[in-house]
Design a binder for this molecule. Structure first.
Ligand SMILES: [Zn+2]
Length: 339
């Protein structure tokens, strides 16, 4: 039996189930190993994320702070443990609820009085693992380029029992299903990733299990600082003027993020939309905040374009644009805001 193993279950919002596909194993290619990013859930590069503790003793809180910094030593993100009432990240320490976290900007969809992360245990690098989810990372074992072929019946048998007692649906969601290839940033499987958890050889057809990793891998550190993740480059938001002609832009490098800003002086219904042939996804943040997510859209516009319609109050807003599918390369597009 497979007992007493503490497994994190990442939480996807119900509407995000479409991100997952039934298991589909893809043979490993060549090239550097990387972590798996759900790129649509990434924060604006350079974001300062505030953290509020909803419990925990001083020793637990100190450990969490230390492990959170493992990421920010490499990523262009900052965690501010200021316990702000409206903090983006809210951490509970409920020992009967396991360890889990919402992924990236999904945290913004959770009511302010509820946690976005639970640390029911803090063994090894658990807090660092959960903070990995918080910045947009997914489970390495669900990397579609991981090449893992599960012995499904063994996995289901072991996780159906204590201490997990998961349903088959939960087991598929947490372990067996893999992410859709076009939803991730990453390439090969990283056996040293902190986002990979331990599983025994009996779970996989190869018979080779994994070890628990309690620190960030060398590849993870490199990847998190790369242009596909949170590079330490100045983030310059391009100013958009409301009701002006569309502003031409382009995603010049694969994985690149473009940032725009506009200022609403008179409250009212605003339309933010892209134009052109490039398939982009758009997120709107504000007012006066780069972390307060208002809306996100993929294809509501003409063709593959993004379109967000919202009533906005006065203030400064930020628009994050990412290319939908890295595999389809790069391209030009335009963006405009109308009122
Ligand atoms: Zn996890």
């Amino acid at each position: 039996m497979y007992e007493n193993v503490k497994i994190c279950h990442d939480r996807l919002l119900p509407r995000e189930q479409a991100l997952m596909l039934p298991q589909q194993t893809i043979s490993m290619g060549t090239g550097p190993s990387r972590a798996v990013f759900l790129f649509r859930k990434m924060w604006i590069n350079g974001s300062k994320l505030r953290v509020r503790f909803m419990g925990g003793n001083p020793a637990q809180q100190a450990l969490v702070k230390e492990q959170a910094q493992w990421w920010t030593q490499h990523a262009n993100l900052t965690f501010d443990f200021n316990n702000a009432p409206d903090a983006e990240i809210r951490i509970a320490f409920n020992s009967s609820d396991g360890a889990w976290s919402y992924i990236g900007t999904d945290c913004q969809g959770i009511p302010r009085n509820e946690p976005t992360m639970n640390l029911g245990f803090l063994d090894g690098g658990t807090a660092a693992h959960e903070f990995g989810h918080t910045i947009g990372l997914a489970h390495e074992h669900q990397n579609p380029r991981g090449g893992i072929e599960w012995n499904e019946e063994v996995v289901i048998r072991d996780l159906s029992g204590p201490p997990n007692n998961w349903t088959v649906e939960e087991i598929r969601h947490n372990v067996l299903d893999k992410y859709a290839v076009d939803q991730i940033r990453g390439t090969n499987f990283d056996p040293d990733s902190i986002m990979l958890y331990f599983f025994p050889g009996s779970w996989v057809k190869s018979g080779i299990g994994t070890k628990a990793n309690d620190v960030l891998s060398a590849l993870e550190k490199t990847f998190i600082a790369s242009k596909d993740a949170y590079p330490r480059i100045p983030v310059q938001a391009v100013e958009l003027v409301i009701n002006a002609a569309p502003t031409p832009a382009s995603i010049g490098k694969p994985g690149e993020e473009d940032l725009f800003t506009f200022t609403v002086k008179t409250s009212g219904r605003h339309v933010i939309e892209t134009g052109g042939q490039t398939d982009v996804v758009m997120k709107l943040f504000g007012p006066n905040s780069q972390t307060k997510l208002i809306a996100e859209d993929d294809d509501a516009g003409v063709g593959l374009n993004s379109r967000i319609v919202r009533n906005l109050i006065a203030g400064q807003y930020f628009v994050q644009i990412r290319h939908y599918n890295k595999a389809r390369g790069t391209g030009s597009y335009s963006i405009k805001v109308t009122r």
